[in-house]
Design a protein around this ligand. Structure first.
Ligand code: GRG
Length: 317
C-alpha cells in the first residue's frame, strides 16, 4: 500500500523515491487514459455536417480543448477493480466527459461565470457565439445519455438504466445543477463551512461520485464496494475543489488555464476565505488521506486511485 509511504514523503520521511515512482506511474496512466479517451470521443461525437454542422463543431471544440480527463480516469480505473471490459468503461467515461464538458461550456457563459478563457483557450461562446455555446452544451448533455443507453455500454438493460439514473441524479438539481444554483446565489448570501462543503459536494463532487460508482455499477459490485468508492470520491472531490480554489486565490493563470482571482472578486465563499490558505491546504491534505484510506477494502490494484488525491493536491505548489 502506498498511502503511508506518500504521507512519509510529505513529512520528509524515507519514502521519497517511492512517492516519485507512484506519481510517475499515475502520470503515465493519466496520459494513457487521455489518449484512449480522445479516440473514443472522436468516434462517439457526431461529425460536423449539414446546416446544423456549426453546433457539432462547437461540441468538438469544447471536448477537444485539452481537459485533464480526470473523470474518465476515475471511471476506467474503478471499473478495472471489477474486471469490466475496457470498451464498456470507456463508453461510460466518454458519456461523463461529455456531461462535464457541457457544464463547463454553460458555466463560462456571460449569464453564469462570464469567462473568456478555459483550458488556456477562448471559451466556446467566445470562439463561436452564445446561442451556439448553449446549444452545444445541450447537445453534449443529451449525447451523454444516448451513449449510456446504447447496448454496447453493457449487455444488461438493468445496468444501463442504473447508469442513466445515476448520471441524471449526479448532474441534476440535487447534484451539479443544484450546486451551481447555490454558487450563483453565493455572493448575496452568507455561508459557513458546512454550506461551502455542501455547495462543492453538489457542484463538483456529484460527478466525481458518479465516476467512481460507475465502475462498480458496470461490474455489478455489491453495496459495500459501491459505497466505499462513493466515499472515496466525496473526499477526493472536496480535496480537488479546495486545490482548485487555492490555484484561483494564488492567481496563477498558467496553472489554471483560465481567469483567476474571480472567487474573491465576486465575493464567493470558499474554504479559503473561511480557513485561510494554510488552513485550506491542511484540510485538502486531510481529505486526500481519508479518501485513500477508504480504499482499504481493495488491494494493490487500487494503488493508482490511492495516489491520485495526493497528486491533485500537489497541483498548487
Ligand atoms: C453550468 C450546470 C452547470 C454547472 C457548472 C462544474 C461546474 C458546474 C462549473 C465549473 C466551475 C469550476 C471552475 C469549478 C471548479 C472545479 C472544476 C469542476 C474544475 C474543472 O474541472 P477539471 O479541472 O477540468 O477536471 P478539465 O478542464 O481538466 O476538464
Amino acid at each position: 500500500m502506498i498511502v503511508g509511504e506518500l504521507q512519509a514523503k510529505r513529512s520528509g520521511g524515507p519514502a521519497a523515491g517511492v512517492r516519485a515512482t507512484d506519481f510517475r506511474k499515475l502520470d503515465a496512466a493519466l496520459a494513457e487514459t487521455s489518449l484512449a479517451m480522445d479516440r473514443v470521443l472522436e468516434e462517439l461525437l457526431p461529425l460536423p455536417g449539414g446546416r446544423h454542422g456549426r453546433v457539432q463543431e462547437a461540441m468538438r471544440y469544447a471536448v477537444f480543448a485539452g481537459g485533464k480527463r480526470l473523470r474518465p480516469f476515475l471511471v476506467t480505473t474503478s471499473a478495472k477493480l471489477f474486471g469490466v471490459p475496457a470498451r464498456q468503461a470507456q463508453r461510460v467515461a466518454a458519456a461523463l466527459e461529455a456531461m462535464h464538458t457541457y457544464s463547463l461550456v454553460h458555466d463560462d457563459l456571460p449569464c453564469m461565470d462570464d469567462d473568456k478563457l478555459r483550458r488556456g483557450k477562448p471559451t466556446t461562446h467566445v470562439q463561436f457565439d452564445e446561442a451556439t455555446a448553449v446549444l452545444a452544451g445541450d447537445a453534449l448533455l443529451t449525447l451523454a445519455f444516448e451513449i449510456l443507453a446504447g447496448r454496447e455500454t453493457h449487455p444488461s438493460a438493468e445496468v444501463r438504466c442504473q447508469l442513466v439514473a445515476g448520471l441524471a441524479r449526479a448532474a441534476g438539481s440535487e447534484g451539479m445543477v443544484g450546486g451551481q444554483m447555490m454558487d450563483m446565489r453565493a455572493p448575496d448570501e452568507t455561508h459557513d463551512a458546512d454550506d461551502v462543503v455542501t455547495l462543492q459536494r453538489l457542484k463538483t463532487g456529484a460527478l466525481f461520485e458518479f465516476a467512481c460508482e460507475a465502475g462498480a455499477i458496470l461490474g455489478e459490485a455489491g453495496a459495500v464496494k459501491r459505497e466505499v468508492l462513493r466515499a472515496y470520491a466525496r473526499d477526493f472531490g472536496l480535496a480537488f475543489q479546495i486545490t482548485d480554489d487555492l490555484i484561483d486565490s494564488q492567481g496563477n493563470a498558467s496553472v489554471a488555464g483560465k481567469s483567476v482571482g474571480k472567487d474573491q472578486n465576486q465575493g464567493k465563499a470558499t474554504l479559503i476565505s473561511l480557513y485561510g490558505i494554510e488552513g485550506a491546504r491542511a484540510e485538502a491534505e486531510k481529505l486526500a488521506g481519508r479518501a485513500a484510506a477508504y480504499l482499504a477494502e481493495f488491494g494493490p490494484e487500487a494503488d493508482l486511485l490511492r495516489a491520485l488525491p495526493y497528486r491533485l493536491i500537489d497541483r498548487d505548489r
